[in-house]
Design a binder for this molecule. Structure first.
Ligand code: PNS
Length: 162
């Protein structure tokens, strides 16, 4: 059984991520969406909140699981008996960072490969950072994230909502 890992910060998950998840789920037996529990990085959402939003977004895909991980990605991938990492590429500006990460991971674990899926053109400009910025000014994020995530963003930035 082939297992692929789709790692990321997902702070929060966007339609661009969901599109990658949907397409990746079709080329593997099992896809694990792995959320980095990044204590050092300043995330808007806690890892539990990010897991909740991803689980809601992927509930219709039956071979997709959602987990969090800490430490090195290669160690997590090994622990899952997997050898394939999925990453999305939105534009050429993503490439340098992705190449460096993929090569580093391969140096750390020679059996690992990274598969890049091109982000759907429709979402090629969407980023979690831009979504957060729009939401922080109470802008409309409905084109970028699911209604569930949009609601979580609203609650995060308008703390008086119960
Ligand atoms: O969504 P992001 O923030 O681009 O995802 C980055 C992620 C989580 C894939 C990357 O930061 C990662 O794998 N971190 C774990 C630490 C690690 O293994 N680093 C070595 C590779 S450079």
């Amino acid at each position: 059984m082939k297992t692929c890992i789709y790692p990321g910060s997902f702070d929060p998950i966007t339609y661009g991520h969901i599109d990658i998840i949907e397409r990746a789920s079709k080329i593997t037996d099992k896809l694990i969406v792995a959320v980095l529990n990044n204590y050092d990085k300043h995330s808007l959402f806690t890892v539990e909140e990010r897991l909740e939003m991803i689980k809601d977004s992927v509930k219709d895909f039956n071979n997709v699981e959602v987990e969090s991980f800490e430490g090195l990605l290669v160690d997590y991938v090994k622990s899952k008996d997997a050898q394939l990492i999925i990453r999305g590429l939105r534009a050429v500006t993503d490439f340098e960072y992705e190449l460096q990460m993929a090569q580093t991971n391969r140096e750390l674990y020679k059996d690992i490969d990274t598969i890049f899926l091109l982000t759907n053109l429709k979402y090629s400009y969407v980023s979690s950072s831009a979504v957060k910025q729009v939401a922080s000014f109470d802008g409309d994020v409905s084109k970028f994230v699911t209604p569930f995530v949009a609601d979580k963003l609203k609650r995060k930035y308008n703390k008086h909502i119960v």
